[in-house]
Design a protein around this ligand. Structure first.
Ligand SMILES: [Zn+2]
Length: 132
C-alpha cells in the first residue's frame, strides 16, 4: 500500500497502480520502492533500534512489520547514501547484521549518527503551525 502511495505522491501515471508483481525494474518502480522504504523505515528509527538498542535483524523486521527483503534493501540504500564504500562491501555489512554479527553495522551507524540526528532535528516542526 505504501508503495502505491509512493506512485501517487511522486506523480507517476495511473498505469503504475495496476501493474503486476515482478515488474520492478523500471525507474518509477525503484522510486516507489525507495519512497515506501523511507516512510516505513525512517533513518532515525533504524538508528535508534539498531545502534542504540542493538536490536537484532529479526526484531527490527518484526517491529516495523516489513519483509526481510525490504529491510535489507533499505539498509543498503541508506548506506549507499552516506558512504562511498563499494556496494559489495555495503552488502557484506548488511548480511553480517542479518546473520547476527552487528559489529560492522554499529560502526556504520556510529559514523552516521550525528548527521541523522542533526537532519531529524532540522526537519522537526509542528504541523498545526502550518494550518494557521
Ligand atoms: Zn509499483
Amino acid at each position: 500500500m505504501c508503495h502505491e502511495l509512493g506512485h501517487f505522491v511522486l506523480g507517476h501515471s495511473g498505469k503504475y497502480f495496476t501493474e503486476l508483481r515482478g515488474k520492478s525494474d523500471s525507474v518509477k518502480e525503484r522510486e516507489a520502492n525507495i519512497f515506501s522504504a523511507t516512510v516505513l523505515m525512517p533513518d532515525i528509527v533504524l538508528l535508534s533500534k539498531i545502534f542504540y538498542r542493538q536490536d537484532s535483524f529479526q526484531k527490527v523486521k518484526n517491529d516495523l512489520a516489513v519483509s526481510q527483503e525490504a529491510l535489507i534493501y533499505r539498509l543498503i540504500n541508506l548506506f549507499n547514501h552516506y558512504f562511498f564504500d563499494k556496494e559489495s562491501k555495503i552488502k557484506d555489512v548488511v548480511y553480517d547484521y542479518y546473520y547476527g554479527f552487528n559489529q560492522r553495522i554499529l560502526f556504520y551507524f556510529e559514523k552516521m549518527s550525528k548527521s541523522i540526528i542533526k537532519e531529524y532535528k532540522a526537519t522537526k516542526c509542528n504541523i498545526y503551525d502550518r494550518m494557521l
